[in-house]
Design a protein around this ligand. Structure first.
Ligand code: B12
Ligand code: SF4
Length: 336
């Protein structure tokens, strides 16, 4: 068929010029309107960053490789409920991580739908998973790294524990980013102080010592334990199943609660094992009050129950994480 004769093409070509579904190149969107759009779609705070911002150097090529039309990034935060994240039962904390995570994805999708209706190209990379698991070597599996965008968008700074701390909501936020095909009339910039108090409660609470008091972060320690039921740990579990000689040998390697926990993650969404760094953080205007009022109470009610919680801790044999877990946490069972 001749493309010019197709009904869709004929209908479009009859329409007046300018009615095509893409904004003309060079369109500048109102920054106030864009931030308002994010809030109207459910975000709790939002900011804008231009693609040329030097702080995006590490990820610009990758963003443009996938979406070469990107001109601006709309970063936003969604508040999480604090008490569910803080309490010892991780099933409750994980419910809140999943709920808020899905909400971030829905907000991003709503923003993209609105922009598309205005003829603006836009894309909503996921909050966390799914990611690009078959990524070209040398590239990250995530499509956008939300934290640097959020920092540049004026939504907070990373604390010692590397989570973004919003000046008001503290670290109890999840992040989203929408890539936009137009420039904005104005952009945001990092806030002029770090809400992190350097109290180092995150350092004290992490069961595998992943957070250094100098702000260094041991990816492997966190990933091995906290992500036991995500990608890396799942592979190990599959290999244990494959290597087990029989059911008794399997149960020797992986006990019943661990199997049940893996089933739960596969059925209801993967569950984090700790996130204690986030749970104990007292920073942020809405969060800090009770901590300033009575630090001992914060230690008693939030920090110690997590430190004293009896639970398996997953480590690479012979690692720093194994040494820390054995030395500092007598109630925990170290599983190399
Ligand atoms: C990869 C990843 C992880 C990895 C690595 C974490 C990390 N710090 O980068 C692992 C699996 C460990 C992880 C764990 C968690 N994550 Co995560 N994760 C991501 C992801 C996909 C990308 C992160 C990223 O951009 N990393 C690159 C840069 C920016 O990270 P970075 O902090 O600078 O640290 C890296 C390097 O700079 C370097 N580094 C760090 N410090 C130092 C110091 C020195 C001196 C040097 C040389 C290098 C160095 O090593 C780090 C690890 O690679 C994002 C989602 C996304 N698409 O953005 C979520 C994200 C960062 N995670 C998030 C969350 C909630 C968590 C957990 C709390 C999950 C949980 N419920 O338990 C934990 C917290 C762990 C922690 N304290 O950081 C949230 C953070 C929300 C917030 N308020 O900041 C995000 C933004 C998801 C979201 N959409 O909200 N995560
Ligand atoms: S727990 Fe304390 S040191 Fe750690 S990030 Fe929060 S305020 Fe900073």
């Amino acid at each position: 068929m001749n493309l010019d004769d197709h009904p869709t093409v004929r209908r479009l070509s009859r329409q007046a010029e300018g009615a095509a579904d893409q904004q003309p190149a060079g369109t500048i969107l109102d920054g106030v309107w864009l931030r308002r759009l994010a809030l109207d779609c459910g975000a709790d705070d939002a900011g804008l960053v231009e693609i040329a911002r030097p702080a995006l150097d590490l990820q610009r090529d990758e963003i443009l490789r996938n979406y070469p039309w990107t001109r601006s990034l709309l970063g936003f935060v969604l508040r999480m409920a604090r008490e569910p994240v803080r309490g010892a039962p991780r099933s409750v904390a994980n419910l809140e991580f999943h709920r808020a995570g899905h909400e971030v994805d829905e907000i991003s999708a709503a923003i993209v739908a609105k922009l598309e209706a205005h003829g603006v190209r836009a894309v909503n990379p996921s909050m966390g998973f799914p990611m690009e698991m078959n990524q070209t070597p040398g590239y990250a599996i995530w499509v956008v790294s939300h934290k640097p965008v959020a920092v540049e968008a004026g939504l907070g700074h990373m604390g010692i524990h590397r989570n973004l701390i919003h000046p008001q909501f503290g670290n109890f936020v999840l992040l989203g980013t929408v890539l936009i095909g137009c420039e904005a009339s104005e952009y945001d910039h990092p806030i002029d102080y770090n809400p992190c108090l350097e109290c180092k409660l995150c350092v004290a609470a992490c069961p595998v010592g992943a957070i250094g008091s100098n702000g260094s972060f041991n990816f492997s320690s966190c990933f091995t334990h906290n992500y036991r039921e995500f990608l890396g740990g799942f592979t190990d579990w599959v290999e244990q199943v494959a290597d087990a000689r029989n059911a008794i040998d399997y149960r020797r390697r992986i006990n019943e609660p661990e199997t049940a926990s893996m089933w739960q993650s596969l059925t209801y969404g993967a569950n984090y094992k700790s996130a204690y760094c986030m749970a104990v953080c007292p920073a942020g205007e809405d969060v800090i009050g009770p901590y300033l009022h009575d630090k001992q109470q914060h230690l008693r009610e939030v920090v110690r129950p997590l430190q004293e919680r009896a639970e398996p801790v997953y480590v690479v044999a012979g690692s720093d994480a194994e040494a820390v877990a054995r030395r500092k946490f007598k109630n925990k069972t170290v599983k190399p």
